[in-house]
Design a protein around this ligand. Structure first.
Ligand SMILES: C[S@@+](CC[C@H](N)C(=O)[O-])C[C@H]1O[C@@H](n2cnc3c(N)ncnc32)[C@H](O)[C@@H]1O
Length: 235
């Protein structure tokens, strides 16, 4: 009896923790999440981020990094988070990672040290919309599950176009709103609850396509259930 009580108490505490995280997570774009609200939300997410988001978002990460590994030279990962993708980069790519959240970066740096990842050049706190890099510094940039979290996706696209060399590659992984079918209906339902989930189920792909002069080379759906897409652009 006491054992089942403690199990239900544990479950209740987990649920309360989850609800408080979701309630206080960054609002979706359009509701003007500020950088400080994003950083404070990810300070709360950081300790549990890998447990919650490693597996469900792993398919898009693997596909995007495999695409980046076709390039040689210098890579930039924007919104690197806790660095879950870092071990997958080819050792011949020199990788810099940036993120607005120091709490996420601490974990990424620990991962690099633990895994002795010699090809990670630096992990720096920086705003994706205001990158402290020279023009044409990188051969490839990878942006995974970030575009729906930033307040101004257009400024991030401008910065990607600036810091990636002409002819280089920009890879974006995101969920984009479905236009029709059952999934579109589910997404509209989710949006009613989802403003604080930190991603916007109704984020349209056009918000990317209309705000860039880069050429879209390919677009692939990835698991789970094709919910996410990997877009590959040529700068
Ligand atoms: C959903 S997480 C994705 C993390 C990682 N890319 C992954 O695949 O697990 C979004 C990340 O974007 C970062 N982020 C949000 N706004 C940002 C901004 N303006 N500049 C840089 N990073 C930002 C957050 O701190 C967080 O680490």
């Amino acid at each position: 009896m006491s054992e089942s009580l403690s199990v239900s108490q544990t479950l209740r505490r987990l649920r309360q923790r989850w609800e408080s995280l979701v309630r206080r997570s960054p609002r979706r774009p359009g509701s003007h999440a500020s950088l400080s609200s994003v950083t404070s939300a990810y300070a709360r997410w950081a300790p549990v981020y890998d447990v919650v988001f490693n597996l469900p978002l792993s398919f898009g990460r693997k596909a995007a990094v495999a695409e980046a590994n076709r390039t040689r030279g210098k890579a930039l990962e924007v919104g690197v988070g806790t660095g879950l993708s870092l071990p997958d980069y080819d050792g011949r790519l020199t990788v810099s990672g940036i993120d607005i959240s120091e709490d996420m970066l601490v974990r990424a740096r620990r991962r690099v040290a633990d895994r002795k990842l010699a090809n990670i050049a630096e992990l720096r706190a920086m705003d994706a919309g205001d990158l402290a890099y020279e023009d044409a510094s990188f051969d490839v940039a990878v942006v995974m599950y970030v575009m729906t979290v930033v307040p101004d996706p257009a400024s991030v696209l401008r910065e990607l176009e600036r810091v990636v060399r002409p002819g280089g590659t920009v890879i974006i992984v995101n969920h984009f709103a479905s236009e029709r079918g059952l999934r579109a209906v589910v997404e509209r339902g989710l949006a009613a609850f989802g403003s604080r989930l930190g991603w916007d189920p109704l984020f349209p792909k056009e918000r990317i396509l209309k705000n860039t002069r880069m050429t879209l080379l390919s677009e692939k759906p990835v698991a789970p259930m094709g919910l996410f897409s990997v877009l590959v652009f040529q700068r």
